[in-house]
Ligand binder design. Structure first.
Ligand SMILES: NC(=O)c1ccc[n+]([C@@H]2O[C@H](COP(=O)([O-])OP(=O)(O)OC[C@H]3O[C@@H](n4cnc5c(N)ncnc54)[C@H](O)[C@@H]3O)[C@@H](O)[C@H]2O)c1
Length: 489
């Protein structure tokens, strides 16, 4: 961490700043003569980075293994150590502990952060792989402690949370990364370079699809909570309700209260490609008219299939041009353009998940490969000179940024591709699709102000947030207080 960062916090409210201070007065900070913390610690290149992993079953265990493997590989390995494991399910904690026996174990991440605050444990960075509804709170506590964070996709569960986390990350100035690991892969980078170099001409449409159907969550309140699971902690900030049979692992994706169906599960990976290639993360004054189509809205369960369209405009797009259209299809819905192309080549739908339509032709892509159509155009396209870096891994890209930060070397947001400034806007775009569907209206979302207008704007605005229970408001001033306003013990 740059030793001046404590004095330079900007772009965030005083309230947030005071919350940052509340965590930073831990024993791991050095103090200046007037008692203000001025520096973290300069860690040497050969000292291990101490990582805390929150959520260590499912994707959490994969993240732990991938992070260690990526750091071990290559000519100059990064030294990392998993110092803390946290999971609300004792079985998951036990499995992860067989891999990392010496890590300190926690069930409640608030107690992990309390120990970080008090200096009882030294942690350099946090990896968060819990279900979506706890991402924002766990991430906010890390940022308020001034710690770098890797958080799974979608960055948050609600649009409002994404905006809060973006503001906190801007203030904390620490290396961040959302868990969209395909972003670091070679194919996405090549496609971005091709699209930006005009290989298929000017792009007017991009369609993305995924055939999964994380849907139709049902309430089964009579089910018994598994003995290994702390259901109360699992629910985190959500309003408490009875345990739902088989909701964990993974099936929480079927419920609006904890996930956002297939859109929430997959769109941050797949829409990432057009969002990136078309520069949507960087456009000032971006606005989207959003429409959605699916089965009748259920207040509990996510839909079996969904189609969402975003008509995107921004001031620097030449006046008179049609909006850029981005579309999402899941649960068996198919883009008409892909249908047309697939009539000639049946592979196209099953093999790919993204289609760019340009003035000269098409580009189909999946995570690992792409295809330019028609063949005559593909033959003419010359591979563009690479303009983007090729990181050896998504976790490693973040770890390298964390390393630089702990060594007090200059760092910036751009050191990680899915940093929270980029990832929060992508998450907002995705989650606004769910908001449009659930509000049953056609809405316009202003990415600068976060304001929704259009039919049913009132309901849509309500859906940008989720009710939280006492002691779990995403307020930087009260993150470290329990429901009685007392410091979390
Ligand atoms: N990047 C990817 O390719 C990828 C793949 C799968 C999942 N994910 C994301 O990872 C996250 C987890 O998904 P999953 O499929 O592993 O879910 P899961 O339900 O299988 O596992 C979640 C784990 O977190 C634990 N957990 C739940 N609440 C917790 C809390 N408050 N504190 C600590 N631990 C808690 C659970 O006990 C479990 O071990 C989701 O956000 C999902 O979108 C990403």
């Amino acid at each position: 961490m740059n030793r001046r960062r404590f004095l330079q916090i900007s772009g965030f409210s005083l309230a947030a700043t005071s919350a940052l201070w509340s965590c930073q007065t831990s024993s791991r900070q050095r103090s200046s003569s007037d008692g203000r913390p001025i520096a973290k610690y300069g860690r040497a290149r050969d000292q291990s980075l101490r990582i805390a992993c929150i959520g260590v079953g499912g994707r959490g265990l994969d993240n732990l293994n991938e992070l260690l493997a990526e750091c071990d590989a290559g000519p100059q390995p990064q030294f990392v150590e998993i110092s803390a494991l946290c999971d609300v399910d004792l079985n998951m904690l036990d499995i992860a502990a067989t891999r990392i026996p010496n890590a300190k174990r926690y069930r409640d991440f608030r107690l992990l952060y309390r120990d970080i605050q008090s200096g009882a444990i030294e942690i350099d960075a946090v990896v968060i792989s819990t279900p979506d509804h706890t991402h924002a709170f766990a991430t906010a506590m890390a940022l308020a402690c001034g710690l770098p964070v890797y958080c799974e996709k979608p960055l948050t569960h609600t649009v409002a949370e994404a905006r809060t986390i973006a503001a906190m990350a801007r203030a904390a100035k620490v290396p961040t990364q959302m868990g969209t690991q395909i972003h670091a892969g070679n194919n996405y980078r090549t496609v971005v370079e091709l699209i930006r170099s005009g290989a298929i001409g000017e792009v007017s449409f991009a369609d993305c699809w995924d055939n999964r159907s994380w849907c139709c969550g049902q309430l089964t309140p009579s089910a018994l909570v598994p003995a290994s699971l702390d259901w109360d902690l699992w629910q985190g900030p959500t309003l408490p309700s009875a345990y739902i049979k088989d909701i964990a692992p993974a099936n929480w994706r079927r419920y609006w209260k904890y996930g956002s169906g297939t859109l929430g599960d997959m769109a941050c990976h797949i829409l990432d490609l057009p969002f990136w290639a078309l520069g949507l993360g960087e456009q000032n004054g971006l606005r989207a008219e959003i429409g959605a189509d699916g089965p009748a809205v259920d207040s509990v369960g996510c839909p079996a299939s969904l189609e969402v369209s975003w008509a995107l405009k921004w001031p620097s797009r030449i006046a008179g041009k049609d909006p850029l259209i981005l579309r999402w299809f899941d649960g068996g819905k198919v883009s008409p353009t892909v249908q047309e192309l697939s009539a000639k080549d049946k592979q196209n739908y099953a093999r790919f998940n993204t289609l760019f339509q340009g003035s000269k032709g098409f580009l189909l892509s999946n995570y690992d490969e792409h295809l330019i159509l028609p063949g005559a155009l593909a033959e003419k396209v010359v591979a563009p000179v690479p303009t983007l870096t090729r990181p050896a891994g998504h976790h490693l890209e973040w770890i390298n940024a964390v390393r630089a930060w702990t060594m007090d070397l200059p760092t910036n947001f751009a050191m990680t591709g899915s940093n929270f400034q980029y990832a929060s806007r992508l998450t907002e775009l995705v989650l606004c699709g769910a908001v449009a569907y659930r509000s049953q209206g056609s809405i316009t979302y202003d990415f600068e102000s976060g304001v929704i207008s259009g039919t049913n704007a009132k309901r849509a605005t309500e859906l940008m947030t989720a009710p939280s229970r006492d002691g779990w408001a995403l307020d930087p001033n009260s993150l470290f207080l329990d429901a009685n306003g007392l410091k979390i013990r």
